[in-house]
Design a protein around this ligand. Structure first.
Ligand code: GLU
Length: 372
């Protein structure tokens, strides 16, 4: 099963607060540099990479001279706002030493479930990755507190894996992986190398209810793996202090716990698109566009659309039919009904002139399209 790791093209790497801070003494810059070196090597080997970094609260506490983690949420949020500055600066300068640009992205769980924002975030991330920039993502801790309360960004990282349709989510943590018993109390505890993310036996070994474990425990990591599995991603939970951990994962070494999804990425996407959304409109394609979609697996461009009906908004689901009215595909549309009316039949190069702006060169991106 480790071929799923070696063959993964799109990686989301999540690094937790415990790893990022040197015993509460602020950010562990030396450790960050070693992960950056490995991430750069991954990039050079052809992988696409998105980094989800915690550590804002921890770094902020250090900056503010707070020895103990405050209980009050607003103080934690304040610490996160201070610490995010150090965090992003540290990542930026470390990647810059290798000639790579970074981008800061602060999101919330809600951003990733709202369809319009989802599409915006997805397009921005794809653009950054295509530009060779490393996106560094954290929760927007000023406006929400999901990850401060429970997750240390575990769930956020899984939602990002869904968003970018990652092949692999790597959760770097201060434990070596998931064990079949608690290694702190049981010397015979064995590392689980591989399992299915949906295996109910894992709940017991991950430590029962999430509430008992609090922020960022194994239970939230297991839950994150299950969320990632929804879009067909594999998850590795692995010790971030293991020497050259990312390099060694890439070469297929059996480090950490690999959790597999129950279905392929393609099947997962198809199910997600088919099951969860209502059809808001219909696009009638010309014969050339039908061929481009069916045979070429291309995106749908405005030029190939003859008519549009319905009252849909950006990010909503529409049906694509051929000139005879037979359904060809379904997908998430990049433009509202009113915008679509203005641009159909026109080449992509005209969109900006017709609308005054451009929300993407295609009407439906092929990743957001399923053929029926
Ligand atoms: N997003 C938060 C951070 O980056 C979560 C971690 C925490 O609660 O300490 O700091």
């Amino acid at each position: 099963m480790r071929d799923k790791v070696t063959g993964a093209r799109r990686w989301v790497v999540k690094i937790g607060s415990a790893l990022l801070t040197a015993d509460g003494k602020g950010l562990d810059r030396a450790a960050m540099d070693t992960w950056v070196k490995q991430m750069v090597a991954l990039r050079q080997a052809g992988a696409e990479l998105v980094l989800v970094s915690s550590g804002a609260v921890a770094a902020g506490m250090n900056r503010l001279g707070w020895a103990e983690r405050p209980k009050a949420m607003h103080e934690l949020q304040a610490a996160a706002a201070v610490g995010q500055m150090s965090l992003i600066r540290a990542w930026e300068s470390s990647f810059a030493e290798h000639g790579l640009q970074t981008a800061q992205i602060l999101v919330t769980h809600d951003d990733l479930s709202d369809r319009k924002r989802y599409l915006n975030a997805r397009t921005t991330l794809r653009t950054l990755v295509d530009l060779g920039v490393i996106p560094v993502i954290n929760e927007n801790d000023t406006v929400v507190t999901d990850e401060i309360r429970f997750g240390d960004n575990d769930t956020l990282a899984a939602l990002v894996a869904n968003l970018v349709e990652a092949d692999l989510l790597v959760i770097l943590t201060d434990r070596d992986g998931m064990f079949d018993a608690d290694p702190r109390h049981n010397p015979d505890a064995k590392l689980i190398y591989e399992a299915r993310a949906d295996d109910p036996q894992l709940d017991a070994v991950a430590g029962g209810s999430a509430g008992a474990l609090g922020r960022g425990g194994m239970q939230t990591k297991l839950r994150a793996a299950r969320v990632a599995a929804r879009s067909g991603a594999y998850t590795v939970i692995v010790g971030g202090r293991i020497e050259s951990v990312l390099d060694r994962l890439k070469t297929g070494e059996r480090l950490g716990t690999l959790l597999s999804p129950e279905q392929s990425r393609h099947a997962a996407r198809k199910q997600w698109l088919a099951g969860h959304l209502q059809m808001r409109g219909t696009l009638t394609l010309d014969a050339g566009a039908v061929r481009a979609l069916r045979d070429g697996h291309k995106s749908l461009l405005p030029v190939g659309v003859k008519a549009a009906s319905g009252n849909f908004r950006r990010g909503e689901m529409v049906v694509c039919v051929d000139p005879q009215g037979e359904e060809v595909a379904r997908g998430l549309v990049n433009y509202s009904a009113a915008e679509t009316q203005k641009i159909i039949g026109h080449p992509t190069t005209d969109i900006e002139e017709l609308l005054g702006y451009i929300d993407g060169p295609e009407l439906i991106h092929r990743d957001n399209l399923i053929l029926v």
